[in-house]
Design a protein around this ligand. Structure first.
Ligand code: FAD
Length: 433
């Protein structure tokens, strides 16, 4: 009998919780990955950088596994089809995998568990993507935190070596099933095309982390780690990063805790996964939802240079600096009074590091509807934000080279006018509570 390890958003061999338990169980382990048609067939851009990233990460894994005399079994299919086929082909005792907290993933895993259990195959799952999950960090009253600061305080009180130590998978690499290399589907065979994107390195640059508190807010400098895509797909271990953060920068550690926080919110408040505002009264806001203005925002043609620079960076690279994400999100919801879900969806399509929990959290924070959100009457002033964070316009000029020419558009809305317009609209909705 063999065991299966099912890779999803944990595409690494080292320090991988579920993989460690699979290898340690005593059976030989066949590692698998499914390019899930339920997800991929919904992507309308066939030059999707995320698919390319995953494909590259799997090719790297494949090389490592082949060097160990094993191989990754990769299918372009659906879990519903793959598991019956696997159970026919191999004599399987157990399936191992890591927890995934998103709605689709939970439903998928419930269905797979039910099916394999009915065939007398065990389904074991483990915490791997976060330091604390589910009910591990609760308030004194036993309820989930909805405000970051007390959550992070409790997180820091609770964390210790036990939660941060690596899983030494390498001790058990001899347990991978020996097999001839399996062929991997190409991007083209799945209907995708390579963009030839270059991805950020997964090395933690210690000099960046050490200076993080001073430099993180300035989009013109590389002052942040750029590890988000690696955290998204698990090509780095969160435990390793948290250990480095503890040693090097409390401010950076706080960002990693925000990530845990939003996963917790997603887990405990499933209504946000169904498209609702965290604070339901915010669903009464009467958005203007002007489609022409939305298009200008998407294209980076609002006439607000910092907003346009951010959107153009996103469109060109799949990345946007966090400070600028906050500015463009505030602009869409507050200045243009467009539903934050439109922005959330656009980011979901474009961001290389797209992650439901962090993206939804960021959007609801900006619109005021989220847990621990900015108060609704606080409206970012793009001009002041520029003076503070891109004083010499280095970031803006990189993405908006026509800034001082006649070709650059006039602002689509006046700032003071927009600020005065948004407040009563929010008040109206919140009064209806
Ligand atoms: P660093 O500043 O080096 O931070 C280290 C890591 O901490 C990040 O890689 C990320 O995993 C985590 N982190 C940092 N800030 C946050 C945060 N506010 N919330 C949750 N985790 C955080 N982040 C995503 O990973 N995916 C998203 O889809 C996403 N959408 C966002 C949407 C909006 C509207 C906003 C305001 C923020 C969003 N963020 C998202 C959070 C943040 O902007 C990115 O994590 C960060 O810019 C990534 O760059 P970095 O890796 O250099 O981060």
């Amino acid at each position: 009998k063999i065991s299966i390890f099912w890779f999803r958003r944990d595409l690494r061999l080292h320090d991988n919780a579920g993989l460690y338990h699979a290898l340690k169980s005593g059976n030989k382990v066949l590692p698998i990955f499914i390019f899930d048609k339920n997800i991929l067939d919904r992507l309308d851009d066939k030059r999707d950088r995320r698919v390319e990233f995953i494909h590259q990460a799997l090719s790297d894994l494949q090389q490592e596994l082949v060097a160990l005399g094993s191989s990754l079994w990769v299918q372009y299919s659906t879990p519903e089809e793959v598991f019956p086929a696997l159970l026919n082909q191999f004599d399987i005792e157990s399936i191992y995998t890591n927890h995934d907290y998103e709605k689709y993933a939970q439903e998928r895993d419930d269905a797979v568990r039910e099916f394999v259990n009915s065939e007398n195959v065990a389904f074991h799952t483990f915490k791997d993507q976060v330091i604390f999950e589910k009910n591990e960090v609760l308030s004194g009253a036993g309820t989930p935190y909805t405000v970051f600061t007390p959550y992070s305080r409790k997180w820091k009180e609770k964390v210790n070596d036990f939660y941060l130590k690596p899983y030494p998978t390498e001790k058990y690499f001899h347990q991978f099933l020996n097999t001839e290399p399996f062929a991997m589907p190409t991007l083209a065979s799945m209907g995708f095309e390579a963009v030839g994107a270059s991805f950020p390195s997964k090395e933690v640059r210690e000099s960046i982390v050490k200076n993080y508190a001073e430099k993180r807010d300035f989009p013109a400098v590389v002052g942040t780690s750029r590890l988000s895509v690696h955290l998204r797909f698990g090509t780095v271990s969160i435990r390793e990063l948290a250990r480095k953060a503890q040693a090097l920068s409390e401010t950076w550690l706080n960002e990693l805790i925000w990530r845990d926080f939003y996963f917790n919110i997603t887990y405990h408040f499933p209504h946000i996964g169904q498209g609702f505002a965290f604070r339901k009264e915010y669903d009464k806001i009467r958005w203007r939802n002007n489609e022409a203005e939305f298009k200008l925002w998407c294209e980076g043609k609002t006439g607000y240079p910092i907003v346009d620079a951010g959107m153009r960076e996103l469109n060109a690279t799949g990345f946007m600096h966090n400070r600028v994400r906050m500015i463009v999100a505030s602009f869409l919801t507050k200045h243009l009074l467009i539903d934050w879900r439109w922005g959330e969806k656009y980011f979901a399509k474009k961001l290389l590091d797209f992650d439901f929990a962090a993206n939804n959290g960021g959007w609801q924070w900006a619109s005021g509807s989220g847990c621990d959100a900015a108060p609704y009457f606080r409206v970012f002033n793009p001009t002041l934000q520029t003076q503070k964070f891109d004083k010499d316009l280095a970031y803006i000029k990189k993405w908006v080279p026509e800034l001082n020419s006649f070709n650059y558009p006039q602002p689509i809305v006046n700032h003071d006018f927009a600020r005065k317009r948004v407040v009563p609209v929010y008040q109206e909705a919140l009064k209806a509570k």
